[in-house]
Design a protein around this ligand. Structure first.
Ligand SMILES: [Zn+2]
Length: 65
């Protein structure tokens, strides 16, 4: 009987962990920034940040500097 209770508790913990992770991932993906050079919107973690400004590519970074 204790075995079953433990199993249910573990299952609930795993469910909450996955749920939290998914929410976090979705949140990150929605965070888009505008390229300072061409105006294209890119995901923040894929953008290049220089002097507080975001760029979509190395090319845009070179163009504006
Ligand atoms: Zn750009």
């Amino acid at each position: 009987m204790i075995k079953w209770i433990l199993l249910i508790v573990v299952a609930i913990l795993i469910f909450y962990y996955i749920n939290k992770k998914l929410t976090k991932t979705t949140h990150v993906w929605n965070e888009c920034v505008e390229c300072h050079s061409c105006g294209t919107y890119v995901v923040e973690r894929e953008a290049i940040k220089r002097r507080g400004k975001y760029y979509c590519s190395e090319e845009c970074l070179r163009k504006s500097s």
